[in-house]
Design a binder for this molecule. Structure first.
Ligand code: NOJ
Length: 620
């Protein structure tokens, strides 16, 4: 028998015991958290850009959906050169999105509906428009103002060469040279992302104290926690040494190359760590923050956006005196393969369980290709993100062959499939949308059956696909521009939501404005076209969230079932039998009551790419 079908679950018993006792009121251990990307959720003032008033107006729909919390991507003062992840004032709201009073009103409204609110903290870098950076530019080398950031002299005659060979995650060099006050070419500053996002120097106590002040600012206003951007990047190796990846290893947050390495069988258990990621020094920062949050009532939380592998290493971010959660990107990147899914689920529960943390689960966010598209891409949707490292390997040579098969491009031409991210490719593929949606529904129905905390990304409850054909002159992601369009970037998962089929901009704005164009197809995917319609994706999400909550599956444990063959993922969680058929052939179902299913079931068989939850009738 395939060893992966006989997984045991020792770590789960530990988690169960803990859940029953000291963790009972820690809401975040089992919460379903809905990510709002404010630019694209709902526009309250008609300018084509989403805002806090728009979110407030639509909050009832999230309560109706059945989530426990919302996470707001950045709404702070920002020139928006990276969609708000370039913050110019950490203690204010950008006028595009509203005011601090709008935030307070939104928070109060959410709390009145029983929804927690997590805000985004961006501590690795600020915007170059931030007054701290402007003061640093105006000050001289060696000054206290420059010491807030990573300014260095260049190498070579005249300091004309960058201080080291690091590359930006968004493409191009990670260093930019400044002109000093006297007009001469001057020092260089580090930016792991866009040149408008200078990295802070976290060895500087001043920086640490400022961020503790920022944490307190939002905690005092009542925020329930923080999603921490680039939580693996704050501390850089001493001396900022040059670094060159080995062939096939990941060089930046863009992990297409890591997939290549995995698919070709070179996966490393503990891959070489670039001197700018996952340095041990980050942990003392989070221990300090943990103490700050612990002073506040009501279980405030920190969730790490840390692209770190393997899972056992990522678990260091959620030791009991550090953060509370970390996004499980290994899960997001797992291919649509039963073996790979069983493996990553077991590894996640074990790795997080070992440190007393809940596992999280996530399939989509504002940085990756929406899973309704990704899961129908060559290679079964594995590793098609801008930013991740995966533990996964293909099940067998067949899967690798499939990943390498030629694919048809949008313009009808056929090219070899890229093993790297489509975001890193100049040939976006257009996978079968019917297959993609079917798998996405099955994948979500599986994910929401797992114990721990799950993250949903706005629009996935409508089954929205990635938009692959946004014209170049409408795109905004710096990834697209820094690579001269070679990498598509992330605009395709950020297109404003369709709320009402027959309204201008599908109800996103009152005026019909939308900062990115919405495809015609979105009329039929609009929320009001799905609400109350049996079998719609929206109703599937609502039913699944309600059942998950009713049966306490978020705090449950799983017991693997091995009777259904190697191509299924099957387990029992709190009495609910969950079977996901990831294989090509229908699987016979046990006798019992079906609670819900990602596709309509016509007989006692589970078709391909379908997940069912049922109460099995005990044998006589
Ligand atoms: C991760 C965020 O999710 C992404 O959108 C952003 O571009 C980078 N961090 C840089 O802040």
């Amino acid at each position: 028998m395939d060893p992966d079908t006989t997984l045991d679950t020792p770590a789960l018993d530990v988690q169960q015991e803990a859940t029953d006792t000291q963790y009972a009121d820690e809401w975040w251990r089992s919460a379903v958290i809905y990510q709002i990307y404010p630019r694209s959720f709902a526009d309250g003032n008609g300018d084509g850009m989403g805002d806090l008033a728009g979110i407030d107006m639509r909050l009832g729909s999230l309560h109706d959906l059945g989530v426990d919390a919302i996470w707001l991507s950045p709404f702070y003062t920002s020139p928006q050169r990276d969609g708000g992840y370039d913050v110019a004032d950490y203690r204010d709201v950008d006028p595009r999105f509203g005011t601090l009073s709008d935030f307070d009103a939104l928070l109060a409204h959410a709390h009145s509906l029983g929804l927690k609110v997590i805000v985004d903290l961006v501590p690795n870098h600020s915007s170059s428009d931030h007054v701290w950076f402007q003061e640093a530019l105006a000050a001289s080398p060696g000054s206290a103002e420059r010491a807030r950031y990573l300014f260095r002299n260049g190498k070579g005659p005249g300091g004309d060469e960058a201080p080291n060979n690091w590359e930006s995650v968004f493409g191009g060099p990670a260093w930019t040279r400044v002109t000093e006050a006297d007009g001469t070419p001057g020092q260089w500053y580090l930016h792991l992302f866009d040149s408008s996002q200078p990295d802070f120097d976290w060895t500087n106590r001043w920086v640490r104290d400022e961020f503790i002040g920022i944490l307190r600012f939002w905690l005092d206003r009542g925020a329930d926690g923080f999603r921490v951007d680039v939580a693996h990047g704050l501390v850089k190796a001493e001396g900022l040494p040059d670094w060159t990846a080995e062939d096939g290893a990941a060089t930046t947050m863009s992990m297409g190359s890591a997939l290549e390495s995995d698919l070709l069988g070179h996966a490393q258990q503990d891959p070489a760590t670039p001197p700018y990621w996952a340095q041990d020094g980050v942990h003392e920062i989070y221990r300090e923050w943990h103490q700050v949050l612990a002073e506040y009532e009501g279980d405030r939380v920190l969730c790490a956006e840390a692209w770190v592998e393997p899972l056992a290493r990522l678990a260091r971010w959620v030791r009991d005196d550090e953060m509370h959660q970390a996004f499980n990107f290994s899960y997001l990147e797992t291919s649509w393969s039963a073996t790979a899914l069983r493996r990553v689920i077991a590894a996640s529960l074990e790795a997080f369980g070992d440190v007393g943390a809940p596992s999280t689960w996530v399939l989509s966010n504002h940085d990756v290709i929406r899973h309704a598209t990704r899961l129908a891409m060559p290679g079964h949707g594995a590793q098609v993100t801008e930013a991740a490292v995966s533990d996964d390997q293909p099940d067998d040579a067949h899967e690798l062959d499939e990943a390498l098969e030629p694919v048809e491009d949008l313009d009808g031409t056929t090219t070899a499939a890229s093993l790297t991210s489509p975001l890193a490719s100049d040939h976006p593929t257009a996978p079968d949308p019917v297959l993609g949606l079917r798998r996405a529904r099955a994948a979500t129905t599986l994910m929401l059956a797992l114990p721990g905390s799950a993250y949903l990304y706005q629009g996935e409850e409508l089954g929205l696909p990635e938009v692959l054909d946004i014209p170049a002159d409408r795109r905004e992601d710096p990834v697209f521009f820094r690579t001269d369009g070679e990498r598509m970037g992330r605009d395709g998962c950020r297109v404003p939501l369709p709320w009402a089929a027959e309204s201008p901009a599908y109800g996103f704005s009152t005026t019909g404005e939308s900062w990115l164009p919405q495809p015609d197809l979105w009329r039929e995917l609009a929320r009001d076209a799905q609400h109350g319609v049996p079998g719609s994706t929206l109703e599937l999400y609502r039913a699944t969230l309600a059942e998950r909550s009713r049966r306490d599956m978020g705090t449950g444990t799983i017991e693997w079932l091995t009777d259904y063959g190697a191509d299924v993922v099957a387990f029992v969680n709190n009495g609910v039998t969950v079977i996901a058929n990831v294989g090509e052939f229908a699987v016979e179902l046990p006798v019992g009551d079906v609670l819900l299913s990602s596709e309509a079931l016509s007989e006692a068989a589970l078709p391909t790419d379908t997940t069912v939850w049922l109460l099995v009738t005990p044998a006589e």
